[in-house]
Ligand binder design. Structure first.
Ligand code: NAD
Length: 482
């Protein structure tokens, strides 16, 4: 019997007002694993109103008390880590080890922001007049809409919701319809930890019903979105009309440069982890490898071998190194790009085929060589395990090719040459720069966000940087000498 799950609005678990549901599939088997209430526009408006009503009391709660609730949430995530990881793999497809790492990261995010309850404040500034106190107060921004993608269904909600709550905001949370179960469990945990009614609201549903209602609302004060460039830009047009503070973190087409002096084993390992880890379904995944001419043949051969030996399968099974595409549509997109790459004249040296023997949405890890920077497979985000090798004359040519792109999220270089590594950090147009590490994987305590079309370039996420987005500053002048 497949279970049906509800939304959480104003402190109650509720069905959609029109009774509609969304089907949740296991991408490794194609089986239906749950039905989720598909919120309507009316449900979404009710969630916004509940968040508005709950705001004054939550904002008035002392920071340490809000932090204590987050700390409790972290403890519950820790206790339920194995179960959460299994839920995540079952609906999103990544391997159990990848899911477990993501769940523990979410736990740590809640721990980190629990501490912020003790720290968040303002500053005292020297005044121009005697006996005057001049200071700033950090206030909550207000009601915040959180819209998240399916590829990190607990970590991304955590890195938006934890700072939102600890800084005194109330939240309307719309997770991606492809991975709603992990999101729902996170909300359950927040409720169990003591988050009051109305402070967190869950509205699973489509972009056109729930997403548009949130983006068009005059009753929200902030909107934090992670997802594709196409959706992000549409949201921005709507929120701008109401001056709603907006944070958009979007797609990537992340390069890894491999220089002639690189250790081949290390370079291949870094590219395999960055490009095939999480089935290539990470905003920071490596999709372009720009290799200096002298090492290019050897590197291409080794990367193709590594791609062929990766074990692809159901992420719940032990020994599996790469799970399926998240959906039949995503698998089709991956295969379409393989066809486009061939048509464009790139040379397929590994993979490129679906795994027909499996029931789910599987594709082989894929490598193209002789990719030109202007080809579509080098310019457009595929969001699958498809890596293109671009050959470069020298370091300068490699950096130029790396920057020849509209996106600017993450970029890596593999080299022992300190001068070139640091020049790369100076010249690369990306918000995250990795030296001898994969493009994917970031520290939760450091600022995170892209440049160019990867971001609205307004506010960074994570670490202390999140505070700027989730608070507003009031400046207070107190003259006490007359
Ligand atoms: P998506 O843009 O299709 O969806 C993201 C969210 O927006 C989902 O919850 C979706 O339902 C919602 N949405 C869809 N239409 C909407 C609308 N009209 N109004 C408001 N919301 C709407 O992205 P996805 O397929 O879920 O995720 C993959 C994308 O996310 C990739 O482009 C990837 O690079 C990006 N991503 C970026 C980061 C980052 O931090 N930069 C992290 C992870 C994923």
């Amino acid at each position: 019997m497949v279970e049906t799950f509800k939304n959480y609005i104003a402190g109650e678990w509720v069905s959609a007002s029109d009774g509609a549901v969304i089907e949740n599939l296991n991408p490794a088997t194609g089986e239906v694993i749950g039905y989720f209430a598909s919120a309507t526009r009316e449900d979404t408006l009710r969630a916004i109103a509940a968040a508005r009503e709950a705001l004054p009391a939550w904002a008035a709660l002392p920071g340490p008390a809000r932090g204590a609730i987050l700390d409790k949430a972290a403890q519950i995530i820790h206790t339920r880590a194995d179960e959460l990881a299994e839920t995540l793999t079952r609906e999103e497809g990544k391997t159990l080890a990848e899911s477990k790492a993501e769940v523990l990261r979410a736990r740590d995010i809640f721990r980190y922001y629990a501490g912020e309850g003790f720290r968040a404040g303002g500053e005292v500034i020297p005044a121009n007049t005697p006996e005057t106190l001049l200071f700033t107060k950090s206030e909550p921004l207000g009601v915040v809409a959180v819209i998240t993608p399916w590829n990190f269904p607990i970590a991304i909600p955590a890195w938006k919701i934890a700072p939102a709550l600890v800084y005194g905001n109330t939240v309307v949370f719309k997770p991606a319809s492809l991975a709603p179960h992990t999101a729902l469990k996170l909300v359950e945990i927040l409720v169990e930890a003591g988050v009051p009614a109305g402070v967190i609201n869950l509205v699973v549903g489509s972009g056109s019903r729930v997403g548009d209602t949130l983006a068009e609302s005059k009753d929200i004060n902030g909107l934090s979105f992670t997802g594709s460039y196409a959706v992000g830009t549409k949201i921005y047009e709507k929120t701008a009309r109401n001056f709603v503070r907006t944070q958009l973190e979007m797609g990537g087409k992340n390069p890894t440069i491999v220089l002639n002096d690189a250790d081949l084993d290390l370079a291949v390992d870094i590219v395999v982890r960055g490009g095939f880890g999480l089935t290539g379904q990470a905003c920071t995944a490596t999709s372009r490898v720009i290799v200096e001419q002298g090492i290019a043949d050897a590197f291409a051969q080794r990367l193709a071998e590594a791609a062929r030996t990766l074990r692809v399968g159901d992420g719940l099974q032990s020994g599996v190194q790469m799970g399926p595409a998240v959906s039949a549509e995503q698998l089709q997109t991956d295969l379409d790009y393989v066809a486009i790459g061939k048509q464009e004249g790139a040379r397929l040296i590994a993979g490129g085929e679906p795994l027909r023997s499996e029931r789910g949405f599987f594709i082989q890890p894929t490598v193209f060589d002789d990719v030109q920077p202007t080809m579509r497979i080098a310019q457009e985000e595929i969001f699958g395990p498809v890596i293109g090798i671009i050959r470069a004359k020298d370091f300068d040519d490699a950096v130029e090719k790396a920057n020849q792109i509209g996106y600017g999220l993450s970029a890596a270089i593999v080299t022992h040459d300190l001068q070139k590594a640091l020049r790369f950090a100076d010249r690369i147009e990306a918000g995250v720069v990795k030296i001898n590490e994969p493009t994917s994987g970031v520290a939760l305590q450091a600022p995170f966000g892209g440049f160019k079309a990867s971001s609205a370039n307004t506010f960074k996420e994570q670490g202390q940087a999140a505070r700027a987005f989730y608070t507003r500053t009031k400046t207070v002048y107190v003259r006490y000498g007359f």
